[in-house]
Write a protein that binds this ligand. Structure first.
Ligand code: FES
Length: 170
């Protein structure tokens, strides 16, 4: 079995979720989510590790990773801001909000912020269609995001960064 540099709690989550499914292969989505949350992205090595773990061929894992836009094959920023751009959110102003978040956070859809802290990307429906624009910051869900809420979201992300760097240096 290949070795991945996983946190022990990630490995525990993976081991705990597999037996919840009638066949190992059915655990592929939660397993990939746990690994991406820990490693930041799904590399080819990670795909092969998952394939071995779930008794699949690597191509089966690759197909899943490339099908779902949520999964990333390259490292990106530490924090990910997703803005839903599906029609209901688009009609309620998602594109303007996305632009506002990029400006506030100093990044573009193509490039994360210079310090590698945050990236903004579009996502497809995030299941809050009646309360758009919808934004997700990592696992946090924000609804009815207007310009002032977007400013508050950006301020919180910046504040979290300062708090983390203070914790690390003390
Ligand atoms: S359309 Fe945006 S959450 Fe569904």
């Amino acid at each position: 079995m290949r070795i991945l540099d996983l946190k022990p709690e990630t490995l525990d989550r993976v081991e705990a979720v597999i037996p919840k499914y009638p066949v190992k292969r059915s655990a592929i989505l939660p397993v990939l989510h746990y690994l991406q949350a820990d490693l930041g992205y799904i590399s080819r090595d990670t795909m092969e590790w998952v394939a071995e773990k779930l008794e699949l061929e690597p191509i089966n894992v690759y197909e899943i990773v490339t099908f779902y836009p949520f999964f990333r094959e390259q490292p990106t920023a530490r924090r990910i801001v997703r803005v839903c751009r599906t029609l209901p959110c688009a009609l309620s102003g998602a594109y303007k909000i996305c632009q506002k978040l990029q400006t506030e956070l100093g990044c573009t859809l193509e490039e994360p912020s210079e310090d590698g802290e945050v990236a903004v990307e579009f996502a497809e429906c995030l299941a809050g269609c009646g309360t758009g624009p919808v934004v997700m910051v990592d696992d946090e869900f924000y609804e009815n995001v207007d310009e002032s809420k977007a400013e508050a979201i950006a301020a919180k992300i910046k504040g979290d960064k300062v708090a983390n760097s203070t914790e690390t240096s003390s």
